[in-house]
Design a protein around this ligand. Structure first.
Ligand code: ZN
Length: 329
């Protein structure tokens, strides 16, 4: 009794065992004796079975009844690989592509054909992770970010602000280091997405900026989960993007273009449009003069400051494509 059989772990606890290249399923346990039957018992009525003794964490083979088919070493390796993938999906935050790569790169050519497709493996990873996640809260008040997710892996604060504005809630995630990076970055890219977020939050808004000096990479440094009224309506948000698109015009054309756009904006957008006008386009009306003219103070952020058309020579990206690509990962 010195032949040790290897356990092929399973997330659901239905561990299998590899006995001489056959993948076998546990039927029952009597004391330290484990009874295993062939995986093909039901489908192909294989009568192969085995008995092992469990001693100090190892299964020693006692009895082996032969199968009516040849062993499938590949199936065993595939089952082991999938088990590892599931385990890493649970225990790490690695991206699916990375987990799949890590576990399949060392597989032999003979075993590869028995592996599920990459898409099927992605689905497996998603399913495992979904089962691990707490249930989706039904309303905004129920959202309680677990302590584990309030901190980074190194234990630094990550959820730095959790606040209500009226009935709306905003969660702001950023680290101290990233605040410093943002303060030093020559420019920021900001973009919202509706797809990767809990249904009760409407929008995940992220600030990206270049990090590093020579070969800088543009990385997301801060995220906000927003459930405000603007986020509620994707159509409405699209409308607002018209405003932001003004940035692609030369700065001297922006005020006229804004005036045209203002005429077609939805009435619900009045508040935002006015705010945009006062702070980004025209000067704010300071006073109406007796002669009918008005005096205006300078906008806080005049068009020359934010027109990307004027920035062509500065190396600042003209589009949000980099930021948008992050949201699709
Ligand atoms: Zn069998």
């Amino acid at each position: 009794m010195d032949e040790v059989c290897e356990i092929v772990p399973s997330q659901k606890g239905n561990n299998k065992i590899n006995v001489r290249g056959y993948l076998m399923i546990k039927e029952r346990i009597r004391g330290d004796k484990y009874y295993w039957c062939c995986k093909k018992k039901r489908l192909e009525s294989c009568r192969g079975h085995a008995i092992t003794t469990f001693l100090d964490g190892l299964h020693y083979l006692n009895n082996f009844v032969d199968h009516h088919h040849s062993p499938q070493a590949s199936k065993v390796k595939v089952a082991k690989t999938i088990a590892q993938i599931k385990q890493q999906a649970c225990e790490t935050r690695d991206k699916p592509a990375q987990i799949i790569q890590n576990n399949t790169v060392s597989m032999s050519q003979d075993d590869h054909p028995y592996m599920p497709t990459v898409n099927a493996l992605r689905t497996v990873i998603k399913r495992v992770r979904k089962a691990e996640r707490p249930p989706q809260p039904q309303n905004i008040g129920e959202v309680d970010v677990p302590n584990l997710l309030r901190l980074t892996l190194t234990g630094d604060p990550f959820l730095v602000k959790d606040f209500m504005i009226g009935a709306n809630r905003i969660l702001l995630f950023i680290t101290k280091t990233n605040i410093q990076r943002l303060s030093q970055a020559p420019y920021w890219l900001m973009d919202g997405t509706f797809k990767t977020i809990l249904t009760i939050f409407c929008q995940l808004y992220a600030i990206h900026a270049p990090v590093g000096s020579a070969n800088s990479r543009i990385l997301p440094l801060s995220s906000l989960c927003i459930n405000d009224e603007y986020g509620n309506d994707e159509q409405f948000s699209l409308m607002l993007r018209h405003l932001f698109a003004l940035a692609f015009l030369p700065s001297q054309e922006i005020p006229d273009a804004f005036d045209m756009l203002k005429l077609v904006m939805l009435p619900e957008a009045n508040e935002v449009t006015q705010w945009f006008e006062d702070n980004y386009v025209h000067r704010k009306i300071r006073q109406h003069l007796r002669n009918g003219n008005t005096t205006r103070s300078a906008p806080l952020f005049p068009p020359e400051l934010w027109s990307v058309y004027d920035l062509i020579e500065t190396g600042v990206p003209q589009t949000q494509n980099i930021a948008e690509a992050w949201h699709r990962r």
